[in-house]
Design a protein around this ligand. Structure first.
Ligand code: SF4
Length: 301
């Protein structure tokens, strides 16, 4: 661990593609609806690379979707972006050949983090062995990437959680974190819907994932609190539109067409309920002290 300041000035949470080889039941409804259907005309890698370079700032670009590895020209995109910037990737690790190619060619010193989300029900539906996931995970780690497994705590999985974590451990998948499910299952809204017993199970098996406690404690709004989102951190949609964050749709132009303009000052948070707590804890001017960590590392759930 180091307390050195991050080498980047701005952060982008970029939903770069609607392509996905999974169709998770618990995927955010707005994302699930558009997967593999809408806006499948992604910009060429060189355009995006140029737009980021034109900003004249060093950036950390968190890539999620959809499945980032399915962005057409993903290898070229990563090679271009990491010339001057850093990237992080939120992947389902279900494209073993592309992952192996990436591991052989990308520069690990420019990849801040790879979050390898483990969507157990979908892997079983598609008959994708856990061993294949583990092999890709080990390839990335051996090549020097900071990769972490993230198990999505979908309520029906809780009875088998310990067994699944032990199986992953036996396959050499570590570090491993488990993340609360956000959404509705069986008529109950989560993460509020977990029982006390389930909460205990989750907190005992979270690994070093720091966001479960605040999600379970229910502090899901920061009304009026000063936040740098919109000034130094941004959400980019699949069409290049730049928004304040995952929870606040205030617009700042479009990254792809070169009209993006950030706010000059931090502003109060208008969200009634936040969607991605890690962003708030990273970008609030005066965040709560019980948890802090880099943003953009939550699995999509
Ligand atoms: S506190 Fe959270 S929801 Fe509010 S503007 Fe900041 S990042 Fe967005």
């Amino acid at each position: 661990m180091t307390s050195d300041p991050a080498p980047w000035e701005w952060e982008f949470d970029w939903h770069l593609t609607n392509r996905c080889n999974f169709f998770c039941e618990y995927c955010h409804p707005q994302i699930r609806y558009v997967l593999n259907k809408k806006h499948l005309t992604e910009p060429p890698p060189e355009l995006v690379v140029r737009r980021f370079e034109e900003l004249g700032r060093t950036c950390l670009v968190h890539m999620s979707g959809g499945e980032p590895f399915l962005f057409p020209g993903f290898a070229d995109l990563c090679a271009g972006l990491t010339r001057r910037n850093w990237i992080s990737i939120n992947t389902n690790l279900a494209s073993p050949d592309l992952v192996a190619e990436f591991a052989a060619n990308a520069d690990p010193t420019r990849v801040a983090k790879i979050v390898a989300a483990l969507h157990v029900p979908e892997r079983e539906r598609l008959v994708l062995p856990l061993e294949t996931y583990a092999e890709s995970f080990r390839i990335l780690r051996s090549a020097g990437f900071d990769v972490v497994a993230l198990y999505v705590l979908y309520p029906p999985l809780l009875p088998r959680l310990r067994e699944d974590l032990a199986a992953l451990d036996a396959l050499g998948v570590e570090p491993l974190r488990a993340k609360v499910f956000k959404g509705v299952y069986d008529g109950r809204r989560y993460p509020e819907g977990y029982t006390d017993e389930e909460r205990e199970l989750i907190l005992a098996n979270s690994g070093d994932y720091v966001f479960n406690r605040p999600y379970l404690d229910g502090k899901l709004a920061f009304p009026g609190e000063s936040c740098t989102a919109g000034m130094t951190s941004f959400k980019v949609t699949v069409t290049g539109d730049v928004r304040r964050c995952a929870s606040v749709p205030t617009g700042y132009g479009n990254l792809y067409d070169g009209t993006f303009q950030p706010a000059e000052l931090a502003d109060g948070c208008p969200a009634r309920r936040v969607l991605v707590l890690s962003q708030c804890l990273a970008y609030l001017v005066d965040p709560p002290t019980h948890a802090s960590a880099p943003a953009g590392q939550e699995a999509k759930a």
